[in-house]
Design a protein around this ligand. Structure first.
Ligand SMILES: *Cc1c(COP(=O)(O)O)cnc(C)c1O
Ligand SMILES: *[C@@H]1O[C@H](CO)[C@@H](O)[C@H](O)[C@H]1NC(C)=O
Ligand SMILES: *[C@@H]1O[C@H](CO)[C@@H](O)[C@H](O)[C@H]1NC(C)=O
Ligand SMILES: *[C@@H]1O[C@H](CO)[C@@H](O)[C@H](O)[C@H]1NC(C)=O
Ligand SMILES: *[C@@H]1O[C@H](CO)[C@@H](O)[C@H](O)[C@H]1NC(C)=O
Length: 798
């Protein structure tokens, strides 16, 4: 089942030799292309006539200009009739086209206002109606009271809650409108069938008004017409439980500020509807993108879905949003002070991901799945006061104990939503530590349906990771995830993965033979970077809500950094409105990045990686830095191309003085020696009973040195200390170094230290007996690794 065969073509057929039945294709847009390749699935019976092939050949010359290669898949027995099917990217383009025509603002669709009683639906609806010059329908007055010939509160008293909901739903089902503004009742969303009926013909806009505003307004209104109220439930609980219905139906949320006027809300509704319709407005470009002089020539922009599935741009650059990051007003931020991590994530990510890519309601579900039970701490990423003006942002409460979980618990859901429906994906990762287990764990939480289409293989250096790390990577294997040990170092693993991606014959073969596309989930993927913005914002809000600072006053952040992802997410949080003053970058002995920030010279010549106690930042090529430089250089893609080509060929580059100064306005950097790192772990534990992991210790040392103490500093704690037990034991001068990693963990956990032992990590060391602990080991040979990938694809997808 599901195996694609190709009876008509020989092995070279994916090398530009065959062409699609172009006559059936509408005008081709570059967005049809996944990773520079166009995937077209052919059914048998196609292209059998020579004349047909010649015709197609002639018609798709222009195709060759925009694709590197075309791939074809044929299905079933020869001579069966079939039709051309295109992959999701095509489907998406079509969808977007129809989307635009469906929802023209004053076309025949409705704007449907939804929200709790007292949200202002009726008043706001009238204002919008006036602005658009269209009909306004109030479900209470115009439908229910007319149908029933009595007031809504009379009806509610007459028939009781359940019957009321039923009759209300029926009345709505009986009604249809177009080109109107419709104000729902607060209880409409509790009736499934009538909501489907309404949603078919309009955009549902959720007026998300602060609870406190609602309660105040309801106190000044007559209260006798709220469904469910007479059960004696307090109003606050009633309103909270209503939210589950609202969040199920909305297409766009309007996040209302405290005390916002109906006019302000109406403006926001119109903006939301416009954004909803502007399906192509939130595009991504490559950092190497060369802006055309003539705007009409603008091409090669991508949507969010493509940025997430493709990872890296075809010109070698990284995807960045073409426009500014969305900015929240301070009143909006204040509205998030009392919100949970999940709620904050929902509101912030809705602003950053267009609903054409991920519908807001679906996004909300993904966020709940990602940051719910998977995290050991209900606050997900809590901030803890350490001492003086230093705070620790604990990013290690996820299932694998490093901050990678914060992005990798969510990213697989985004990825699964964005990929073409007819393709399988094999995600390849090279890991030297935290990434491997976080990726395997993250992708193991996909739905069963998605797990059938998406699998993960992580390559790790068989003798280059600690016992504990190996146990964690291998122990994170699930039905769609494999760990493969390679008898070489991390560099080889990484190069091998890169080479597999670059090898079109290999990737083409996998597509054609197995319908499987290779992808990567590495740290440059936009889908991994974006979720990290949330915890920086959330940490600031927590400091405000815990009374340490007042809203609007600045903070510094200090971050142990390697690939620059975590820091860059903080920069994005600032762009969204969080007042971060200085970004303090902390390196260990491998301090290429620190030197760059101090001098503007990125110099890899004669640099060798040194092994340190903080291995996750033993990195020389800081890949996300390109995104930041691009932003600072006013999106000069030509400059980025020049600099990073130079880095490849000459191993160094220098940026001009002006740019260095600009960088140094916000950035400070320093590095920490191995001794200082261990000493910081020791002294912090002695003074405060708190154990820092070695990466956090690097950041603490640098924060102590570089921070001018005029404002609080939030230190990112990127891992739980028990992942690095040997270093901690050395720092704390615990002698028994030759214990097994599990007894080390138990020993540390007996120290009664803060933060408490990490349950999931302790589990990891115990699960040996009954979990999938076998794994493959390969020799350091690219062809062997390729063979392994093919074997895993066969066992997963055939
Ligand atoms: C990955 C990792 C880092 C480096 O993060 P970047 O976003 O690449 O700067 C730091 N600490 C730990 C524990 C990590 O796993
Ligand atoms: C509506 O009710 C009023 C009295 O409550 C009655 O006089 C009137 O005839 C009713 N109208 C219809 C159409 O039933
Ligand atoms: C729905 O409309 C039909 C026909 O117009 C009518 O017979 C029926 O009573 C209506 N139902 C409700 C609940 O109003
Ligand atoms: C995109 O635009 C650039 C410059 O305008 C041009 O050189 C290039 O050929 C275009 N690419 C495609 C695929 O149209
Ligand atoms: C540590 O290992 C050495 C030799 O490998 C052994 O002699 C010693 O007893 C071990 N110590 C502990 C505490 O297990």
């Amino acid at each position: 089942m599901g195996r694609w065969i190709c009876p008509m073509f020989d092995a070279t057929f994916y090398k530009d030799q065959l062409f699609p039945r172009i006559s059936k294709l509408p005008t081709l847009q570059p967005r049809l292309i996944v990773m520079g390749h166009m995937f077209i699935r052919l059914k048998p019976g196609w292209l059998e006539q020579k004349s047909e092939r010649t015709m197609l050949f002639n018609r798709c010359q222009h195709l060759k200009q925009i694709t590197q290669r075309c791939f074809f898949r044929a299905q079933g027995k020869p001579h069966q009739r079939g039709h051309l099917m295109l992959s999701r990217t095509f489907a998406l383009a079509e969808l977007r086209k129809s989307w635009r025509s469906i929802y023209s603002l004053v076309g025949d669709k409705n704007i449907i206002l939804m929200g709790p009683p007292g949200a202002g639906k009726t008043t706001v609806g009238r204002i919008i109606g006036q602005k658009l010059g269209c009909c306004v329908i109030d479900v209470d007055d115009d439908i229910l009271e007319k149908t029933w010939n009595m007031s809504v509160s009379e009806k509610l008293q007459d028939v009781g809650n359940e019957q009321f909901l039923e009759e209300e739903g029926k009345a709505v089902l009986n009604f249809s409108a177009s080109g109107s503004v419709i104000s729902l009742t607060g209880s409409n969303p509790m009736h499934e069938a009538s909501m489907w009926h309404l949603k078919k013909n309009g955009i549902v806009v959720y007026l998300d008004v602060p609870l406190i505003d609602i309660i105040e307004r309801l106190q000044s209104m007559k209260l006798n017409r709220i469904v469910g109220q007479n059960f004696g439930t307090p109003m606050k609980d009633l309103l909270t439980s209503r939210r589950q219905y609202y969040k199920k139906w909305f297409d766009m949320r309007v996040f209302c500020e405290r005390g916002a006027s109906p006019e302000e809300v109406a403006d926001k509704v119109l903006k939301a509807v416009q954004r909803y319709q502007a399906v192509d407005s939130e595009t991504f470009i490559s950092t190497r993108y060369n802006w055309p002089k003539d705007y009409k020539q603008k091409n090669s922009t991508k949507c969010f879905s493509e940025a997430v599935t493709e990872g890296l741009a075809s010109d070698g650059g990284l995807f960045v949003p073409e426009k500014e990051f969305p900015k929240l007003s301070s009143a909006e931020w204040k509205g998030l002070l009392g919100a949970t991590y999940v709620e904050r994530a929902q509101i912030l990510l809705e602003k950053c991901i267009h609903p054409a890519d991920v519908p807001a309601a679906r996004l909300g579900e993904m966020i709940e799945a990602a940051y719910g039970k998977n995290f050991a701490c209900s606050k997900v990423a809590p901030v803890r006061h350490l001492s003086g003006n230093q705070f620790i942002l604990e990013l290690f409460h996820g299932p694998t104990g490093s901050f990678k979980d914060l992005s990798l618990q969510l990213m697989p859901h985004l990825f699964a939503h964005c990929i073409p429906p007819n393709c399988n994906y094999m995600v390849l990762v090279a890991t030297s530590g935290d990434t491997g287990s976080a990726v395997l764990n993250g992708f193991s939480h996909l739905s069963n349906g998605d797990k059938k289409k998406i699998a993960v293989t992580t390559f790790f250096p068989e003798n280059g990771v600690s016992d504990f790390q190996k146990a964690q990577i291998v122990g994170s294997q699930r039905e769609n995830g494999w760990a493969v040990g390679v008898k070489s170092d991390f560099d080889f693993c990484q190069r091998a993965v890169k080479n597999m991606f670059k090898d079109c014959d290999f990737t083409g073969f996998l597509v054609v033979e197995y319908g499987t596309i290779l992808s990567s989930a590495n740290s440059i993927n936009w889908g991994r970077l974006l979720p990290q913005v949330i915890y920086h914002a959330s940490a600031y809000l927590d400091l405000v809500s815990q009374g340490f600072i007042s809203f609007g006053s600045p903070v510094d952040v200090c971050i142990p950094t390697g690939n620059f992802g975590n820091v860059l997410a903080a920069v994005y949080a600032k762009m969204m409105g969080i007042p971060i003053r200085k970004f303090i970058c902390a390196s260990n002995q491998n301090h290429v990045l620190t030197d760059f920030i101090k001098t503007g010279h990125y110099d890899l010549r004669e640099k060798k990686i040194a092994q340190t106690f903080s291995p996750a930042i033993d990195i020389l090529k800081s890949s996300n830095l390109e995104r930041h430089l691009h932003m600072m250089a006013n999106k000069d893609g030509q400059l980025m191309t020049k600099l990073f080509n130079q880095l490849d060929t000459q191993n160094h580059f220098q940026i001009e003085k002006l740019l260095v100064e600009k960088l140094q306005q916000d950035f400070v950097a320093d590095w920490c020696s191995e001794e200082d790192c261990l000493a910081a772990i020791h002294s912090t534990y002695n003074a405060l009973g708190y154990i820092l992991d070695p990466h956090t210790a690097v950041a603490k040392v640098v924060a102590d040195r570089m921070q001018d103490k005029t404002c609080p500093v939030i230190v990112s704690s990127t891992a739980h200390y028990s992942k690095f037990a040997p270093a901690i034991m050395q720092a704390l001068k615990i002698k028994e170094l030759n214990q097994t990693s599990s007894s080390q963990l138990y020993l540390l956990s007996s120290y009664n230290a803060l933060p408490p032992p990490h349950g999931a990590l302790l589990e990891t060391t115990k699960q040996k007996q009954h979990e999938k602990m076998e794994y493959q080991v390969c020799t350091a040979d690219l062809n062997v690794l390729k063979g392994q990938v093919e074997k895993l694809i066969q066992s997963q997808f055939l």
